[in-house]
Every structure is written in C-alpha cells, then in structure tokens.
Design a protein around this ligand. Sequence first.
Ligand SMILES: NC(=O)c1ccc[n+]([C@@H]2O[C@H](COP(=O)([O-])OP(=O)(O)OC[C@H]3O[C@@H](n4cnc5c(N)ncnc54)[C@H](O)[C@@H]3O)[C@@H](O)[C@H]2O)c1
Ligand SMILES: [Zn+2]
Length: 355
Amino acid sequence: MQNNLSIKNKKLKTEILFQKNYITKFIYNIAKKNEKVFCILDTKIKIDLNLSKQKKIEIISIKCGEKIKSYDGYKNLSEKLIKNNINRRSVIIAIGGGTLGDLVGFVASTVLRGIDFFLVPTTLLSQVDSSIGGKNGINTIYGKNLLGTFYQPKQVLIDISVLNSLSKREIRAGYAEIVKHALIRDYSFFCWLEENAIKLLNLNKYILEKAIYKSLMIKLHYVIKDEKELLLDNNSRAMLNFGHTIGHAIESHYGYKKFKHGEAISIGMITEARISNYLGMLSFNDLKRIVTHFKKSGLKIYDTVLTDKKLIKKLTKDKKNFQNIINFSLIDKIGSSIFYKKLNKDKIYKILQHL
Ligand SMILES: NC(=O)c1ccc[n+]([C@@H]2O[C@H](COP(=O)([O-])OP(=O)(O)OC[C@H]3O[C@@H](n4cnc5c(N)ncnc54)[C@H](O)[C@@H]3O)[C@@H](O)[C@H]2O)c1
Ligand SMILES: [Zn+2]
C-alpha cells in the first residue's frame, strides 16, 4: 500500500489521506493556510508540545467517551469556542475517537452556522467507520445520535501509527465495524478476514492498512450513493446499520456504560444474523461460520438483556422505527444484505426468546 494514498471524492468533497506519523505536520499545514486553528484533542493523544506555543493554534483537550456526546458536551465545547473568538475564517481539527468526532462535527456544523473542520480519527473504529460519511451528533435520554446533522469534514487523516496505544479491547471494538462491512457487502473480504484477523488484531501494519482501506471503500460506496439515507433499496446507507438496531438498544439499555459501541454492535450483528436465519433468509452454515469467526476474534456474541422486555421498549425509541414496527437491515448470506425488514415488536420479542 502507498504511504500517502489519498482518496478524493468530488461528490462528497472530502479528501481521505493515508499517512503514518503525520499528525503534527497535518496540523501545521492547515495552520499555514488558515487564520486560526482550533485543535480539539482527546486527552489520551500526545502531540508535539510546540504546537501549543503557536499563536495561530489553540488546543482544547477533552477527556473522551460516550458521555461527551451530550447536551453538556455540546454546550461546553461550543461556548468555549465562542468565548475564544472563533470566526468564519477559523477551522477546527478534531483529533480523537468516534465520540470526539461525532461531537466536534455537530459543533462545527452549528457554531456560527458552520465552520470548516478536519478529522484525525485515532481509534480503529473511527478510522474504519465514523470519520467517513459526515454523520455526527449527540445522544438524548431517548436514544443514541438523536440530535445531529450531516456535515462533511474537508479532510480526514488516517494515521495508523496512532493506533499503537489502543487497548486490545478498543481494537476489537473497531474490528467489529470492519467485519460488519465485509458481512454486508464483500464475501471475499470476509474470507480474507478469516485468514488475517489475528494479525490484524495484533496491529500488523500491512494487514491493518489493507483492512482499513477495504472497509472505508465499502462505507464510501453507501455514503456516495445515499449520503442522507434516503434510498429505499439495497444501496441505501441503512445497510450500514446491520447489527445496530439491536446494538444501539443494548448500549442505551446500559446507559452506554457496560459495552463499547463496537461490543454492543458485535452482539447486535450476531443477534440480527440469528434473526435472519430464523426468518429463513440466512443459511445455518453461514450463521455458524459468522459465529465461529466472532468467537475466534474475541468479539462478543451474547448478553442476557436480549431476552429482557425492556430491550424491546428501547428498540421502539430508535429513530428508524415507527410505533410498533422495528426496521432491521439483515443479511441473506455472507457479503450480502437486505434493505429494512419490518418486524413487529411482539414478533421480535418472541424471536429473541427462541434464539
Ligand atoms: N458518525 C458515524 O458515522 C459513526 C459511525 C460509527 C460509530 N460512531 C460513534 O463512534 C463512537 C465510538 O467511537 P470510539 O470507539 O472511537 O470511542 P471513543 O471516542 O470513546 O474512544 C474510545 C476510547 O479510546 C480512547 N482513545 C482514543 N484514541 C486513542 C489512542 N490512539 N490511544 C489510546 N486511547 C485512545 C478514548 O479516549 C476513549 O477512552 C460512538 O459514539 C458511535 O456512536 C459514529
Ligand atoms: Zn457503528
């Protein structure tokens, strides 16, 4: 893989750069071209201290996690930017995982009605998924990501050298979204993952880069076809929600504390694959193969809440759902997904009792 591959997409107006050990240079380059740069930084990321001595560059550090995607997180950051005289010629760079990217994207799209922003995703999950596509937002007590906008970053820098400090748990959580991309669209990618998952989880550079690239191309396919999730067919961006209907309900049930997003959607994917099998869409052999791969890669596959009635209540709060009908993006074989299957909540409850 090239060291400085860049994917430019006119339709999306986002450029994706792949460069190792490049974050400091990236910030300096942006500072050269703009009046003022606000770097919003996850406290776990260490950057060159000289950056903070530059007049043009202001660094705001935030301790990250799901809790920053909240009214308080939004208020604190946007008011800090306004207090520090952000203006339309300023730009924002978010350097952190998916929670920071989601919060900063929302802030950038609303403060002064929109400030240009750049993303440097620093978790595997954010490099393969959340940094691409322009969705952002915060959570409410009624569910995840219920307040947000579509707002594309100008550039995304994928720098895999920053992943070395991640825990194994975080790497596995990110891997879950990679497997999701393979399961919904690319059988041969899934076969390749079966061969290479262990190397990937051990951060083998070549394997990692290839997997991130493949994953992003699958995500881009849906985002380019259906940026605002309006299509009603198999190219809909909704296909990326495989595992997320159940996954989001699990996260919300536990107040975003027990599971990381990637863990909740791992359980979600296995459960939704089981539902696909129960409905006669996915063969038992494919289901078994998926479960085997999840187990081998250390991905979670079950939680006791699946049989709890409260989970069904949470499902009806998902923004994709209406009254008692729950929408699922399911799979009919490995590498092939099906646009929203509508299921009644009582039927889901029954299915979940029998899985
Ligand atoms: N916008 C989208 O399209 C989209 C897609 C998928 C997921 N998401 C969202 O992404 C969020 C999850 O993202 P996440 O898993 O990156 O969570 P996160 O941002 O909470 O990061 C996980 C943890 O890793 C730490 N961290 C970040 N970079 C690190 C590094 N390089 N080394 C060590 N520690 C580091 C963080 O401080 C945090 O504790 C969820 O809120 C989910 O809803 C959004
Ligand atoms: Zn996700």
